[in-house]
Design a protein around this ligand. Structure first.
Ligand code: COA
Length: 538
């Protein structure tokens, strides 16, 4: 296959400046992750020790096979929300290897407000289950939770995508035959009691683990009965009397040992074979991406230089290289897996949209996963382009992206604006996974454009009333807050806090993350749905 020849001069001033800027962003990302992992109060640490429980990350370390990767998802969920201390929404979620089997893990962090579930925790739980369903990954729940975070109960409880959905999903997952294994490693109170109840296998830790619909304080208040948590729903009650739990564990380590044995006993995974090749590193160092991606999103660059640092041997068979040049499409391998890549090299025109549509159809027919590298300001606008049908050509691309049945993966490597987000497989288009780079921005449009639109609307209104346009000073006062909020809310960290993505990635590690994600996706049949597309408007 053809090798991408780089045109990057690593000694240029631009390269060095870009490199430093991206390095700063990556360091900042690492600091944020470090805080999310480690910032816990002394009180919470002491309480955990007193209860003889292991910290959540220690539990994961014992659960996962040694020297295997753990693909953590949404580690910065709920960042800066609530009291700014609900790191990762109080839950650690990720894909890891247990007894040689890829599984997804959902583990409460009881050092964050007793492991209670915040609104973003519900969202993270549902996302974990969606990933399990789409990729047919067994789920391991390590429950240690006081149930709903009561001060925010109205945001957690009543709606279709609130807490009840988690238990509904558990029933659906069970019906799909996807194993669900639950370790009761602390309290499973109220709603959290349904996690073990709805699981296939329940391992219950003596003394610390308890399951009940109403805890001792509620029982006392409601019935006047005085009981301890252990008497009410401990391992002895549920393993010997009620039958709610299946396996009795002496402590956390024993519980995890039993979970590992349960995974070992599962029938083997039937992974889809899509023709794995011997994985090879790219010819160029992935870290060079730091120097390639410009500091400003509005500075153009060639996405092939990024592709060259992501794919095996930097080999890329480019499709229709001379047609629709603002979108680069082509075939490559990542960690040995075949992928069809679409990367933006400017705004989308009719020709680039048609090229994308054809390319997506080919990949879908050939059962090749799709990778979207999003850096897009939108589809071209203007009279000339409307006349030649940019809207119907954009529609074809959006239609193809929506109905393609092979696994899709999206990385937002720069801008993600307007319908460009849709055509390039934004979150609403069900990529199996979606990540952002720390420089990325997302929104309907950039802040400056949005502010200009609002001023134009206002001035048109004034003109209709026969009044002069807004004085510059007033226009500035209107524009400023729009621009400030667009910048803040379009930022990669605002996105990841809200779980519009599965995490913010170091560009240099993107290739490895994609390799793990594609591997996880192959636990499901290559396509779940019937091959075919909607009607293309011609
Ligand atoms: N909602 C909001 N905050 C809660 C909470 C809940 N359901 N349960 C506990 N918390 C908070 C506590 O106020 C405390 O906050 P602080 O650190 O700011 O003081 C923190 O979580 C830890 O609780 P604490 O009781 O000190 O820790 P613990 O390890 O001894 O026990 C629980 C943790 C969750 C088992 C225990 O607090 C409990 O039983 N909570 C009530 C559970 C319940 O009835 N939930 C019903 C939900 S539907």
């Amino acid at each position: 296959m053809e090798v991408i020849e780089t045109r990057i001069d690593t000694s240029s001033e631009d390269y060095k400046e870009n490199y430093e800027a991206m390095q700063d962003l990556v360091e900042d990302l690492e600091n944020k992750l470090e805080t999310a992992i480690n910032e816990r109060s002394d009180k919470a640490r002491a309480r955990l020790k007193e209860q003889n429980k292991l910290p959540v990350r220690k539990r994961l370390e014992i659960l996962l096979d040694r020297n295997t990767p753990f693909l953590e998802l949404a580690p910065l969920a709920a960042k800066d929300m609530y009291d700014k201390k609900v790191h990762g929404a109080g839950i650690v979620t990720g894909i890891g290897v247990v007894e040689g089997r890829e599984v997804i893990i959902h583990a409460n962090d009881s050092m964050i407000k007793g492991g209670t579930v915040y609104p973003m925790g519900v969202k993270k739980g549902i996302r974990t289950q969606t990933i399990a369903m789409e990729n047919r990954l067994p789920i391991i729940y390590l429950v240690d939770s006081g149930g709903a975070f009561l001060p925010l109960q109205s945001e957690i409880f009543p709606d279709a995508d609130d807490g009840g959905r988690i238990f509904y999903n558990q029933a659906v997952i069970s019906k799909m035959g996807i194993p669900q294994i639950c370790g009761v490693m602390g309290l499973c109170t109220a709603g959290a009691a349904y996690i073990p109840a709805m699981s296939d296998d329940v391992v219950h830790v003596k003394n610390t683990g308890a399951i009940f619909l109403g805890g001792p304080p509620l029982v006392l208040a409601a019935t006047g009965e005085e009981v301890t948590a252990d008497e009410l729903g401990g391992a002895n009650v549920h393993c010997r009397e009620s039958g709610v739990s299946d396996y009795f564990a002496e402590d956390d380590t024993h519980c995890i040992e039993i979970i590992r044995q349960i995974v070992k006993n599962l029938p083997p995974a039937k992974k889809t074979d899509i023709g794995l090749k011997e994985p090879r590193p790219p010819l160029y160092d992935p870290k060079e991406i730091y120097g390639i991606v410009p500091k400003s999103l509005s500075t153009p660059y060639d996405v092939r230089e990024v592709i060259a640092r992501m794919v095996d041997g930097s080999e890329f068979l480019e499709f229709k290289a001379l047609y629709g040049p603002t979108l680069v499409c082509g075939w490559a391998h990542i960690h040995g897996y075949p992928v069809g890549i679409l990367g933006n090299n400017g705004v989308l025109f009719s020709d680039s949209s048609l090229k994308a549509t054809q390319f997506i159809q080919l990949c879908d027919k050939r059962e090749i996963p799709l990778l979207f590298l999003q850096n897009i300001n939108g589809y071209i606008i203007g009279k000339e382009y409307e006349r030649i049908g940019i809207t119907k050509d954009g529609h074809k691309m959006v239609n193809a992206v929506s109905t393609a049945t092979v696994p899709k993966f999206t990385v937002i490597i720069g801008a993600s604006f307007g319908a460009g987000n849709y055509g390039m497989c934004g979150r609403a288009y069900s990529p199996r996974f979606l990540w952002m780079w720390p420089n990325a921005q997302i929104g309907v449009m950039g802040g400056e454009q949005a502010a200009d639109v609002m001023i134009t609307v206002k001035n048109d209104q004034l003109a209709r009333e026969g009044q002069p346009p807004l004085p510059e000073e007033i226009a500035k006062q209107i524009k400023e807050p729009i621009m400030t909020s667009a910048l803040r809310e379009g930022n990669a960290y605002y996105s990841t806090a809200n779980m519009w993505d599965d995490g913010v990635l170091d560009p240099a590690k993107t290739r490895d993350v994609l390799g793990l994600a594609i591997s996880a996706a192959l636990n499901a049949p290559i396509r779940d749905d019937v091959y075919g597309f909607g009607t293309f408007r011609m």
